[in-house]
Design a protein around this ligand. Structure first.
Ligand SMILES: Nc1ncnc2c1ncn2[C@@H]1O[C@H](COP(=O)(O)OP(=O)(O)OP(=O)(O)O)[C@@H](O)[C@H]1O
Length: 353
């Protein structure tokens, strides 16, 4: 059974006269890894800082572990935040950096020793207790910053792009490590990133933000395969966004000669469909199965990308589509071909941006 540990209700935030957060609502289940995802400036950090208590919302409520906390000072909330720039104390050893929060709380020495030891072990930092931050790599410093947060046993761990200073390979391995520790500890975590891949691969739940508005919250595969707005569809990977005429039916009109079958009833009027490039197949013959959509197209250009071949094709209307063909072998499609895609991958977008 899932249990809600945190909830934001109707949160609004202004900086001066500019509203940067607009009526944001979401719930976080205990033990979940939740990602706030969106482009630069969409308000991710502002939301995280309001949860930590560094900013106050102008209106709305924040509930954490049974308490209403939006006016509670940061030190009196049981949250711990890890910043992008680690913010370790340079003049303190690793041990003292990790112990800092416990010392502030006047925790007994023997308990400090035990808890810091456990956190260092979890983050694979045993043996480095006496080093100073400048004697460690970026990845190690980042692990110290996480250990320093874990040791506080927060109700929620807040991570603000903690991997963005690491190179791609290290980032990948720290990402796997972080997720596995978080799951082992059952630690509720909110993670800020603008990296879609990172969000999809790490999260139980993803929250997509655009210009201070929450556009969608869902499991990674829901966000990917059933985006609710064109922005979400386009921000999460590559997609084909196609304008169609709906008629309160599964069949939608694309042009005079083409009717497409969609994955849901499309309301009357102009709407958008999203079809992922990997959901498209190409064929020299018009041989669709009963549930396939089919359209004649012309190959404009193609690109070999290793595991897949990316085709840019144009339909009769002049609309360009992208089709990704995996395991392409030696076959190259050229000129006039047919594009096939299943009805259940022809996704009706509920709301236009
Ligand atoms: N202290 C501040 N005073 C005034 N405006 C601010 C302040 N902090 C953030 N903003 C503005 O609020 C908006 C949201 O910023 P925020 O830092 O939350 O975005 P973000 O999604 O975390 O972006 P990034 O990924 O670039 O860190 C931006 O337009 C930003 O310029």
């Amino acid at each position: 059974m899932s249990e809600t540990v945190m909830e934001l209700k109707h949160i609004n935030k202004f900086f001066g006269s500019t509203q940067v957060i607009h009526d944001v609502n979401f719930k976080v289940q205990k033990g979940d890894f939740v990602t706030l995802l969106g482009p630069s400036g969409c308000g991710k950090t502002t939301i995280l800082r309001m949860i930590a208590g560094f900013y106050e919302p102008d209106s709305g409520e924040i509930h954490l572990a049974g308490r209403q906390i939006e006016r509670v000072p940061p030190y009196a909330r049981n949250t711990a935040m890890v910043f992008q720039e680690y913010a370790l104390f340079p003049h303190m050893t690793v041990f003292e950096n990790v112990a800092y929060g416990l010392r502030v709380r006047h925790t007994e020495d023997s308990v400090v020793k035990k808890k810091v030891g456990e956190a260092l072990e979890l983050m694979q930092l045993l043996g480095m207790e006496d080093r100073y931050p400048n004697q460690m790599s970026g990845g190690q410093q980042q692990r110290v910053a996480v250990a320093r947060a874990l040791v506080m046993q927060p109700d929620v761990l807040l991570l603000d792009e903690p991997l963005s200073n690491l190179d791609a390979k290290l980032r990948e391995s720290v990402r796997v490590e972080l997720r596995s520790i978080q799951q082992k500890m059952g630690l509720t975590t909110i993670y800020v990133t603008h990296d879609q891949q990172e969000a999809l691969s790490m999260s139980d739940s993803v929250i997509v933000l655009q210009k201070g508005f929450l556009r969608q919250q869902g499991k990674p595969h829901e966000i990917y395969f059933a985006p609710r707005t064109p922005f979400v569809a386009d921000f999460i990977g590559t997609t084909n966004l196609i304008k169609v005429n709906g008629d309160d039916a599964l069949l939608v009109g694309y042009d005079e000669d083409t009717v497409l079958q969609a994955d849901a009833v499309c309301p009357k009027g102009e709407h958008t469909l999203s079809i992922r490039p990997e959901s498209i197949r190409l064929s020299e013959k018009p041989s669709p199965s009963a549930t396939d959509n089919i359209m004649p197209v012309t190959v404009v250009r193609s690109m070999f990308l290793g595991e897949k071949m990316r085709y840019f094709v144009q339909d009769r209307k002049g609309q360009e589509w992208i089709a990704d063909i995996f395991d392409p072998g030696r076959k190259i499609y050229e000129g006039e071909v047919y594009m096939l895609f299943a009805a259940d991958r022809t996704h009706v977008i509920e709301e236009d941006d």
